[in-house]
Design a protein. Structure first.
Length: 764
């Protein structure tokens, strides 16, 4: 094996005698269709392989590598092969190894962008101001360092949190920008213009520590090539062939790095799908793949359009949808396999009805001997998973959350639950300790240690120890003041529980504790999702009598977890589903503002809308046999019940490839007939249930005029009477059968009887 870093004495690859070549095609190309074979054999010059979903992209990639290596066109360490994940790199190595054998072990330059750049940087570290043994910081280390720098210039961390600056720096690095290159127009994005200065200080501090963060690995390697033409030339000479997977997901920094290397032999093959570019929020630039022909003169574009995964109706629906996008190179997926079920588009009343409907379809499919592991629910937002998790626990259907954690296991939910647990049980030490300094209120580890010491000595609880210590000077004044206020708040909130609903109480606690502001002020990309989850948590309480019942329910939920390796339904976000496939795919929440995302459109306009449409396309093309789309007439979003309109994506689906099901008044006039009916005859689920009286113009309903409900310290009597017809935002119309104080038992026309607070109903 030659030294992969010996750039001065590169061996010449074995000669390839075209005339003496065996006329029998190599075994590894057997079974390739015509475009696949063309993509494999077009070895020299720039090539863009537009690989649609399910068209055999991985086989083309590995076969192309084998077609270069097996005849000796290049040695393994003369090929640069870049993937986006370590898993993809290992899979590629295994597949190529199955064709060419042990020679694959010499493919030194097969890996992710970051892993390859690390190898180059360690050899030339001195040229970028580092030593070869530099440390790579993880996110926690990065945030700790930024926090030190922010405090050094006296910036309000609550208003400008370190995570916000970390995201900004990452964005600049993804664009290939050093501090001196950041446009002044972006200077105001953090702390009134101090962001760029802090970026410069951060980079200087990294060099002092002989460290780099993940963004640096590509940025510094790019700068190495830009500032050292001789080194760039050596690597251009080294890499006879360059192969890039998932090219549509490259950011600007990665794109510039690749272009520099490809300017040598220009034997670059990029494989990707512009219709599956869904990571713009983390720096991916779909424009990189769209301008490939301009970047590389004489480039050949090969389209892989024959799909081996999905039915013709699924492909027809997906192709019709994505055709509405303007920013695409264009291709149409097709399959040689005819028939199959049409895409099922289903109207439901609300999120709970949606979860019930999907649960029943899954149970019916399971009765038909179909595996749960071949079923997936793909959501647009994390808060959507709660309804499905609770419904599956009720049904006893095993499930797993892919790429995330279960709803009630998320950190923000655990924090909120800890506050509520202390209200119900002041002696809950674990809950009290979890939130004693969340959000930060100046109560440090030393104070907590003293509380534990007092509690052990007195055989009491932490909160009792806290009541004792605040009467002394055993802790710092700031900690004493904060701890006093926290205890007073808990006492006040516990008293308030007698006068308001548990929903109102929970909202009050999260607001007055500062916990909601903690996430409102957090500018990281996941902060809005955490606020949505907290809103969903409160909404989930409204079917319970009070906090005690709700907390008991959660305890049972937390205990009921799917066993590892068990046959189970997969629940994940649409973003997390890319690259996966399932026989049956459920796509809930296809409503305006949820999908397409209101935030994405507001922040990015038409580009944001087109990326949302690509996300819908990705979701549809995960399905092999059946795809079920759902939209609701009522959805709890952004802290309120809303009456959303169906997603524009539904109307963009070609009618010949879909069939509509739903309750009267919810389906569009564009309802098709024929095909399999999974909502009624085939799977036994009926969306109707006699709810025709539900009105979408609920806002016109009369509202109670009384303002008596919030009078603190009083037993409040309802102004409604038995027999009154009322309306509830979630359960619809019903008749009051019992009254208990300010609570009413209502027989709802939707088929259930529930006791609810009268503040949540209106006269019908």
């Amino acid at each position: 094996m030659s030294d992969p870093f010996d750039l001065d004495n590169l061996p010449s690859p074995p000669s390839y005698d075209q005339e003496g070549q065996n006329t029998v095609p190599p075994f590894y190309i057997e079974g390739l269709n015509e475009p696949q074979l063309k993509a494999v054999e077009q070895i020299d010059g720039p090539v863009l392989v537009l690989a649609g979903a399910g068209t055999g992209k991985t086989r083309v990639l590995t076969t192309r590598l084998a077609h270069i290596l097996a005849p000796g066109r290049a040695f393994p360490n003369q090929i640069l092969s870049v993937t986006f994940t370590n898993k993809a790199a290992l899979e590629m190595k295994d597949r190529v190894g199955a064709i060419i054998g042990d020679a694959v072990e010499n493919m030194f330059w097969l890996g992710t962008f970051h892993s390859i750049c690390v190898k180059i940087l360690r050899r030339h570290a001195d040229l970028v101001g580092l030593s070869s043994n530099f440390t790579i910081l993880d996110q926690d280390d990065q945030l700790r360092l930024l926090k030190q720098l922010i405090r050094g210039v006296d910036i309000d961390e609550k208003r400008y949190p370190p995570r916000m600056l970390a995201g900004l720096i990452d964005r600049w690095k993804n664009k290939g920008l050093l501090p001196s290159q950041v446009p002044k127009s972006e200077a105001q994005d953090y702390a009134e213009g101090l962001g760029i200065k802090l970026y410069a200080s951060y980079q200087a501090r990294l060099k002092e520590l002989n460290a780099a963060d993940f963004g640096d690995l590509i940025l510094l390697c790019l700068n190495l090539f830009q500032n050292n033409p001789q080194i760039l030339s050596e690597y251009q000479h080294r890499f006879k062939y360059i192969l890039i997977d998932e090219y549509q997901d490259t950011n600007v920094s990665q794109y510039l790095w690749l272009r520099l290397l490809a300017m040598g032999h220009k034997n670059i093959c990029c494989v990707g799908d512009d219709d599956q570019s869904i990571y713009g929020w983390r720096g991916a630039e779909v424009g990189n793949i769209l301008r490939f022909e301009k970047d590389f003169e004489g480039a050949k574009i090969i389209r892989l359009e024959q799909n081996y995964r999905s039915t013709s109706h699924i492909l027809g629906a997906a192709s019709g949808l994505i055709d509405a996008n303007q920013g695409r190179l264009g291709k149409t997926l097709w399959t040689a396999s005819k028939g199959g079920d049409k895409v099922s588009v289903n109207a439901v009343w609300d999120g709970r009805a949606e979860a019930r409907a999907i649960g029943e379809i899954i149970e019916n499919l399971q009765h038909q001997q179909q595996s749960l592991r071949q079923m997936a629910i793909l959501v647009r937002a994390g808060f959507q998973t709660r309804e499905f998790e609770e419904n599956f626990l009720t049904l006893g259907v095993a499930y797993k959350i892919i790429g995330g954690v279960r709803f009630y296991e998320r950190a923000e939910i655990r924090d909120a639950m800890a506050y509520l647990r202390v209200i119900v049980n002041p002696d809950d030490d674990l809950a009290f300790e979890r939130i004693i300094n969340v959000p930060k209120r100046g109560i440090g580890d030393s104070t907590v240690a003293k509380l534990h010491k007092i509690a052990r000595a007195d055989r009491s609880t932490l909160i009792k120890a806290a009541r004792q210590i605040i009467t002394t000077e055993d802790i710092a004044k700031k900690a004493r003041t904060s701890l006093t206020l926290l205890i007073e708040n808990f006492d006040r909130w516990r008293d308030l529980a007698n006068d308001v609903s548990h929903l109102d109480l929970s909202e009050t606690i999260l607001e007055e504790s500062g916990y909601l502001d903690k996430w409102r002020n957090d500018k990281s990309p996941d902060a809005p999702g955490k606020l949505e989850n907290l809103s969903e948590l409160i909404r989930g309480m409204d079917s319970f009598e009070g906090l005690e019942e709700f907390l008991e329910h959660i305890s049972l939920v937390m205990e009921n977890t799917a066993a590892s390796g068990q046959d189970s339904v997969s629940i994940m976000t649409l973003h997390g589903s890319k690259g996966l496939e399932f026989d049956n795919v459920f796509l809930p929440g296809w409503e305006e503002e949820l999908f397409p995302s209101k935030r994405s459109i507001e922040e990015h306009g038409m580009e944001g809308l087109e990326e949302e449409r690509r996300l819908a396309y990705v979701g549809l093309t995960r399905a092999k046999k059946r795809a079920f789309i759902f939209y609701a007439a009522s959805r709890y979003m952004f802290g309120n019940y809303m009456s959303p309109i169906p997603s524009r994506f539904i109307e963009e689906l070609p009618h010949e490839h879909i069939e509509r099901h739903g309750q009267q008044g919810l389906t569009s006039a564009k309802e098709s007939t024929g095909g399999n009916d999974y909502s009624r005859s085939s799977l036994g689920f009926n969306f109707g249930e006699g709810r025709e009286k539900y009105q979408l113009d609920r806002a016109t309903a009369k509202k109670p005029t009384s303002n008596h409900r919030r009078s603190a310290g009083k037993i409040i009597q309802s102004e409604y009477s038995i027999g009154d017809r009322v309306f509830h935002d979630k359960f619809g119309y019903g008749t009051i059968s019992e009254i208990d104080g300010n609570k009413a038992m209502i027989d709802f026309e939707m088929g259930s009887s529930r006791k609810v607070m009268d503040s949540f109903i209106k006269p019908a």
